[in-house]
Design a protein around this ligand. Structure first.
Ligand code: RIB
Length: 302
């Protein structure tokens, strides 16, 4: 099995449920606050570890209780956490999450220690040991570039989940092997207004033209679509009753890279990732909802 390194964020998610997401200027009453381990980087790492991947993480938490909980949770999932530092001065990252009655969420991230990650935190040895490097945008852009520069030089595969979305420059494009945006992120990356599959096709092709080798656009309940210079693959979504879509995208990426690390072909990997993501949204929370390989096998009769 190939090895995976995740460089990314760890947040404590402070989650409340409400009937309806409030409009701008509106006040609503929520439920209790529930604390659940989260952060896009940690969620992706946890998803892979829970499935049985060989995965390590580089990141930063604060020297506080939440930091300890986030590290311990990843360890319990089976991830290697030696690359996670405790910041002396800044607190662990937080995310305020509202989940409405349809299971849809709105998230505000307070980056905290995630934004204190520095180039010195990137261990060249850890990059050298892995086959895939996976990053997102909840840590400083310059750190993502730095780790991708090192891994490119060492011949590793760079996987970028550009979330939360921001525009990316040509250097970043040239460093990415597999780019996994959702539709909103695709629109921000390409400045192409996305309104249906034709626009998604145009956006993905624009990214291929700029030099990304493989693009996978996640489409929520409609599945995902893969693009490279010589093939396009559409994988349909799985029908489940969604109670909370938090970490849907993270678990898809976890399932995808876990599958690729096991040597699956891309279509099979996308299918597996779709199942992981579908089961994730049937449960509440981010890392609390991630399925094991056995749960996937039993639920989908594999
Ligand atoms: O993708 C979901 C994650 O986004 C949450 O766990 C939250 O921490 C934010 O990073």
């Amino acid at each position: 099995m190939k090895k995976i390194l995740v460089v990314g964020s760890l947040n404590m998610d402070l989650v409340t449920e409400l009937n309806r997401t409030p409009k701008v200027g509106e006040t609503t009453i929520g439920g209790n606050i529930v604390k659940i381990p989260g952060g896009k980087g940690a969620n992706q790492c946890a998803a892979m570890a829970r499935l049985g991947a060989d995965v390590s993480m580089i990141g930063r938490v604060g020297k506080d209780e939440y930091g300890d909980i986030l590290i311990d949770t990843l360890k319990e999932f089976g991830a290697k956490t030696d690359g996670i530092k405790k910041d002396e001065k800044v607190d662990t990252g937080l995310a305020f999450i509202m989940v409405n009655a349809d299971g849809d969420n709105s998230i505000v991230v307070i980056p905290g220690a995630n934004f204190s990650l520095v180039k010195e935190d990137i261990s060249r040895d850890m990059v050298e040991e892995c086959d895939f490097v996976v990053a997102q945008f909840e840590t400083p852009l310059e750190i993502v570039k730095e780790v991708f520069r090192i891994s490119k030089e060492l011949g590793k595969k760079n996987v970028l989940n550009p979330a939360p979305a921001k525009e990316i420059d040509d250097e970043m494009i040239s460093l990415v092997d597999i780019l996994v945006p959702n539709e909103t992120e695709l629109e921000i990356l390409t400045a192409i207004k996305i309104n249906g599959m034709d626009d998604i096709d145009r956006g993905a092709k624009a990214l291929l033209d700029k030099g990304v080798e493989e693009v996978i656009v996640t489409l929520g309940k409609d599945g995902s679509k893969y693009y490279s210079k010589d093939k396009t693959i559409k994988v349909d979504g799985k029908v489940v009753k969604a109670v909370d879509t938090t970490a849907a995208g993270d678990s898809y990426i976890g399932g995808l890279i876990y599958s690729l690390s096991k040597g699956m072909e891309i279509e099979e990997a996308m299918n597996y990732a779709t199942m992981v993501s579908a089961l994730t949204v049937t449960k509440k929370g981010a890392q609390s909802s991630l399925p094991s390989a056995k749960e996937i096998k039993d639920y989908f009769n594999l």
